[in-house]
Design a protein around this ligand. Structure first.
Ligand code: SIN
Length: 540
């Protein structure tokens, strides 16, 4: 280790400040000192972007067993039943606690208001401020975390690697983005909760921070990853040239929006009897087929049956964002296309967040608990982050008791960073404004992944993608910054996804192979597992 690292100590380290990381950190703060590291601002996470909501069987018409059934059905034969049971059974308790901590979900009168989303048999999605559910949860959790004296939160701290000693994770290294200094954090246990990896794809609903960092550094350290071929594509991202793929929540379809092709025909009836409320992968593939058939770059989402008043109240963020692009959802059709949205796979964990490496835990989108199987049921991800974030915190306290360190004693711990600037991989741009090599390579990975490892896959395309990715030589730098590390992480995981997708010679959930168009339970009713330096294996 170079001497230039400044050393810090905490009983517990948490990487990521989304729902899973914050919930775990709050749990851990009961036992000792906790340091949460976030590579951008503390509120810049996929959690804060989540619109639709959080699924939970709390309404009078709902039952935990129905939520369980719907989750398992969406998972297409690959859910881990024990994980699903925990999710749906413990969900109500943790949601109730979130409400006690100040989260304000929308209400109908005094009762919680539930909405419907695709593949849910009941209205069971809680939402906040219409379509800002994640932002509200993030606000409430951050407020609680800030109120705990020995829970420290550090923004703009980019975790570059894990420290492994005698086959145990004993800490991590990070860069302070404010001044480029290098740091080492030592502690009892490390939780990775860095969210997903949507930025691997050219078209994604994910924020810029979603570069799979936690999954990649766990893989580099030798942890087992699982189910990486399962990437969910959201059917309806706003398709305006030059604009980011802003998510048009599934809740719009839950509230009656319909899909039309460029000839304005409602085409979903030709693909699935549930039409617009069919599972996400079915709708995404139907849209791609329709785009190919009509040689178009998009289809339309039609919400014009609803009034501007309704839309402004129920979907304020979506309505305003569309207006900013000159689209009034009450009178205009919105052009949409599918975009990468969520990875079901990740760092393989047990039911308490333990990974294959001692001292290392994972939760939320970073983890593969098996709860989503081959396809996540809409709005189960915030719930997973909440339930399994808390469970991981409990396991860390049990496995690595805080010992004699005083809560609050974080020797060498920095003063909290202001959370007021946004950080993007702009360092990847040269001063001249010309894209750097890092930028160009990132785009190349995104293009290859979108074209050849996307919604419709084939063995030939996957082999070609692997060849192209293997041939890429990443720029070498003695002291890479955040964008250099992100590029390495994206490249590592792009190869992992492509190899796992090539190995799974069947179609299941979000993974569709045109050369193996059917589900093959005999050979593939198993989870893919991958470890650095080893071939993809399948295990029950
Ligand atoms: C959405 O609002 O459509 C996204 C919800 C989710 O991905 O669970």
């Amino acid at each position: 280790m170079p001497n230039s690292h400044k050393t810090h100590r905490a009983d517990y380290a948490v990487v990521g400040s989304g729902i899973a990381g914050l919930r775990a950190a709050i749990e851990l703060s009961a036992a000792g000192s906790v340091l949460v590291l976030a590579k951008s601002t503390l509120s810049d996470s996929a959690t804060a972007w989540a619109q639709g909501g959080i699924a939970v069987a709390l309404s009078d018409e709902d039952e935990i067993g129905l939520h369980e059934q719907d989750t398992i059905k969406a998972g297409d034969g690959l859910c881990r039943p024990e994980a699903v049971s925990l999710l749906v059974e413990e969900g109500p308790k943790y949601i109730t606690q979130l409400i006690e901590w100040g989260t304000e979900f929308d209400r109908a009168g005094t009762k919680l208001a539930f909405t419907r989303e695709a593949a849910h048999s009941r209205s069971r999605i809680l939402h906040a401020h219409g379509d800002s559910t994640g932002r509200e949860i993030s606000r409430a959790l951050l407020a609680r975390a800030h109120s705990i004296p020995h829970l420290h939160l550090r923004a703009h701290a980019f975790t570059t690697e894990l420290i492994v000693e005698r086959e145990r994770v004993t800490g991590l290294r990070f860069i302070d983005e404010a001044d480029g200094t290098l740091h080492e954090l030592r502690g009892g246990a490390v939780l990775l909760a860095t969210g997903g990896l949507g930025q691997i794809y050219r078209e994604t609903t994910n924020p810029e921070v979603a570069t799979g960092d936690g999954i990649a550094i766990a893989y580099e350290a030798g942890a087992v990853l699982s189910d990486m071929e399962f990437v969910q594509f959201h059917p309806t991202a706003l398709a305006i040239q030059g604009a980011p793929r802003f998510l048009l929540s599934e809740a719009l379809r839950g509230e009656g929006a319909v899909l039309r092709n460029i000839g304005l025909e409602r085409f979903m009836k030709r693909y699935n009897e549930a039409q617009e409320l069919a599972p996400r992968d079915v709708v995404a593939r139907a849209i791609v087929s329709e785009m190919q058939r009509t040689q178009s770059t998009h289809v339309y989402l039609d919400m014009t049956k609803k009034s501007a008043e309704f839309l402004r109240k129920r979907f304020p963020r979506i309505y305003e964002t569309c207006l900013s692009y000159g689209l009034d959802l009450a009178s205009d059709l919105a052009p949409v296309c599918p975009a990468a949205h969520y990875v079901m796979g990740g760092v393989r964990t047990d039911l308490a967040g333990r990974t294959s490496l001692l001292g290392l835990y994972a939760a939320g989108e970073t983890a593969a608990t098996g709860v989503h199987g081959a396809n996540r049921l809409a709005s189960n991800s915030l719930l997973e982050g909440l339930v399994f974030g808390a469970r991981a915190g409990q396991a860390m306290m049990k496995d690595a008791p805080a010992g004699k360190r005083q809560p609050g004693a974080l020797p060498g711990s920095p003063a909290p960073m202001p959370d007021n600037s946004s950080s993007t991989p702009k360092e990847a741009m040269k001063n001249s404004g010309k894209p750097s090599t890092e930028c160009v390579m990132r785009k190349k990975i995104q293009d290859v992944m979108w074209r050849e490892v996307g919604i419709m896959r084939s063995g030939k395309e996957l082999a070609d993608a692997i060849k192209q990715l293997e041939a890429m030589e990443l720029p070498k730098s003695e002291k890479p910054g955040r964008s250099g590390h992100e590029l390495r992480n994206l490249h590592t995981l792009a190869l992992v996804i492509a190899r796992a997708a090539r190995a799974r010679e069947e179609s299941r959930g979000s993974h569709y192979r045109s050369d193996f168009a059917y589900r093959n339970d005999e050979d593939f009713s198993k989870h893919s597992v991958v470890q650095k330096g080893k071939d993809v294996q399948f295990e029950p």
